[in-house]
Design a protein around this ligand. Structure first.
Ligand code: PFF
Length: 454
C-alpha cells in the first residue's frame, strides 16, 4: 500500500480484507509484544487488563471510527483533513498534532527494533544461555555504541523499504507472517503457563484485584490503547482515505480490535506467568519496565530443549512485526512532509533521517553514554514514549472529538458511516464522543502531567 499510485492519484486498498489486514499490520507490533506485557505487569495485572479492555471497546472504538470516517470523507491525511474543515490556526494545530506523533515515535521504536535484531543475532549464534543470564540486558543497553549500531541497522532496513517503495512486498510478507506469529505465540504461551509456579502469574494477569489499582493504571492503559491500535497519530485518517465507501467501518473496527487485543493478551500470557515461574516466587521483575521482554523470554527459551530455534523464530517474527509497523510510521511521516512541504520524496526522507538520528541516538544511548540527559527524571526513550502516549495522544484525540462536535457534526459522520451499512452502535458512539471522551481525556492528560511533575 502506498499513499500515491504510479499515476499520482490516491491509491486504494485492494478490498475489505486488504484494509483490515493493513490496519491490523500497523496495529500489531512492538506495542503488543513488548509494551503491553510490561505495562500490564507494572500497573496492576488483571486490573490493568480490565481497564484496557473497557477502554478499547469504548474510547478505542469511537476514535477508530471517527478517524477512519474523517479520512474517508476528506480523502486526506490529518493535516489536509483538518484544513478541509477550516483554515484557522486551531485547525492547523489539530492536524499537525496528529501528524507529528509518528515522527516522534518512529525513532525510539527503531531503537527497540535494534535490540530485537541484537537478540536475534545472539540466538542465531546459539548463545541461548548467555542472553538468559541476569544482568545481560542491562549490560547490553549501557554499551552505547553497540546499541546505536543495532539501531542504525534497523533504521537503514526500514528506510530502504520506504525509499524503494516496495510496500506491496511488505503487505504480502505480513499476510504470511501474522498467522505464524499467532501460532508461535500460542505455543510459547502454553509452554510458559505450564511451568511450575506460573499459575500465580496467570492469576495476576487475568484476575482483577482492586488493590493493584492506581491512577497510573488508567493513564498507562489509555496510552497503551492509543499506541497499540495506532489511534491519535494520523494513521487511521490516512488509511481511511484509501478505502472505498463499501467498507463496513463498524465491522472492520471490531475485527481489528479483536485481533490486536488477542495478540497483546497472548504476549501477556507468554511473559507474565514466566516472570513468576523463573523468579522463584519473588516477582520483582514485574517492575522491570521496557526491559521485561528481553529479560524474561530468554529465560523461557533457555529452559526449552528447542530454545535456540524458538528464540530465532520468535525474534524473527517480532522483527517483522516491528518493521511493518515502523514502515507505516515512517511512510506516514514522509507523506505528510510530501503533502505539506511539497518537497520531493528523497528530500523528505532525508529530513526524517535527521529526526531519526537525533531522537533515535538520544533514545539508544540514554541508558549509557548519554544517561546524563534526562527529562523530568526519565531516560530519553522513556520520555519520548511518555510524551507521545500520555500527553500528545490524549490531546490529538481531544482535537478529533472537538473537530466532530464543533465543526463536522454527528450527522455528517453518521451519514459517512451509513454509506456501507446500518450504524448499529450510533447512540453509544454519540454518547461517548460527546460526553465521556472529552471529559475523560482531559482527566487523563492532567493526571499524567501531575504524575510527572509530582
Ligand atoms: N500499533 C503499533 C504497535 O502496537 O506496535 C505501533 C504503531 C505502528 C503505531 C504504526 C502507529 C503506526 F502507524
Amino acid at each position: 500500500m502506498s499513499n500515491k499510485g504510479q499515476s499520482g492519484k490516491r491509491a486504494s486498498f485492494s478490498g475489505k480484507i486488504g484494509y483490515v489486514l493493513a490496519v491490523a499490520g500497523s496495529a500489531v507490533g512492538l506495542g503488543n509484544i513488548w509494551r503491553f506485557p510490561y505495562l500490564a505487569a507494572k500497573y496492576g495485572g488483571g486490573i490493568f487488563l480490565l481497564v484496557y479492555l473497557i477502554l478499547t471497546v469504548t474510547f478505542g472504538y469511537v476514535l477508530i471510527m471517527s478517524e477512519t470516517a474523517l479520512g474517508r470523507m476528506t480523502r486526506k491525511s490529518p493535516v489536509g483533513a483538518y484544513q478541509t474543515f477550516g483554515k484557522t490556526k486551531s485547525f492547523k494545530i489539530g492536524g499537525w498534532l496528529n501528524a507529528v506523533i509518528p515522527m516522534l515515535i518512529v525513532p525510539y521504536y527503531s531503537s527497540i527494533g535494534g535490540w530485537v535484531i541484537k537478540y536475534l543475532v545472539e540466538y542465531l549464534k546459539g548463545n541461548v544461555q548467555t542472553v538468559a543470564q541476569d544482568g545481560y540486558f542491562t549490560e547490553f543497553i549501557s554499551d552505547s555504541f553497540q546499541v546505536e549500531a543495532w539501531f542504525i541497522v534497523f533504521a537503514v532496513l526500514v528506510f530502504c523499504v520506504i525509499l524503494a517503495g516496495v510496500e506491496n512486498g511488505v503487505e504480502r510478507v505480513s499476510k504470511i507472517m501474522m498467522p505464524i506469529l499467532v501460532i508461535l505465540a500460542v505455543i510459547v504461551a502454553i509452554y510458559s503457563v505450564t511451568r511450575p509456579g506460573a499459575i500465580e502469574g496467570v492469576k495476576y494477569f487475568l484476575i482483577p484485584n482492586p488493590k493493584h489499582f492506581s491512577a497510573m493504571t488508567v493513564v498507562a492503559a489509555m496510552g497503551q490503547m492509543f499506541y497499540s491500535l495506532s489511534i491519535a497519530m494520523g494513521i487511521l485518517y490516512t488509511y481511511g482515505s484509501y478505502i472505498g465507501k463499501d467498507v463496513d467501518l463498524e465491522k472492520s473496527t471490531t475485527q481489528v480490535e479483536i485481533f490486536d487485543t488477542a495478540i497483546a493478551m497472548l504476549a501477556g500470557l507468554m511473559i507474565i506467568p514466566a516472570v513468576f515461574a523463573f523468579s522463584g516466587g519473588n516477582p520483582d521483575e514485574l517492575q522491570a519496565g521496557p526491559s521485561l521482554m528481553f529479560i524474561t523470554l530468554p529465560k523461557v527459551f533457555a529452559s526449552m530443549g528447542v530454545g535456540r530455534i524458538a528464540g530465532i523464530l520468535f525474534f524473527v517474527l517480532v522483527l517483522l512485526a516491528a518493521a511493518t509497523s515502523a514502515i507505516s510510521l515512517l511512510e506516514t511521516s514522509v507523506s505528510t512532509f510530501q503533502d505539506e512541504l511539497h518537497w520531493s520524496r528523497p528530500r523528505c526522507c532525508i529530513l526524517m533521517a535527521v529526526v531519526m538520528i537525533v531522537i533515535g541516538t538520544l533514545s539508544s544511548m540514554g541508558y549509557g553514554a548519554l544517561d546524563f540527559i534526562q527529562f523530568f527524571g526519565m531516560a530519553s526513550l522513556d520520555f519520548f514514549d511518555f510524551l507521545t502516549n500520555s500527553v500528545m495522544m490524549p490531546l490529538a484525540a481531544l482535537a478529533t472529538c472537538f473537530l466532530i462536535i464543533r465543526t463536522v457534526g454527528f450527522d455528517k459522520i453518521a451519514r459517512e458511516i451509513e454509506q456501507s451499512s446500518a450504524f448499529k452502535r450510533k447512540k453509544l458512539y454519540m454518547f461517548f464522543l460527546k460526553y465521556l471522551a472529552p471529559v475523560f481525556l482531559v482527566i487523563i492528560l492532567l493526571s499524567s502531567i501531575a504524575n510527572v511533575l509530582g
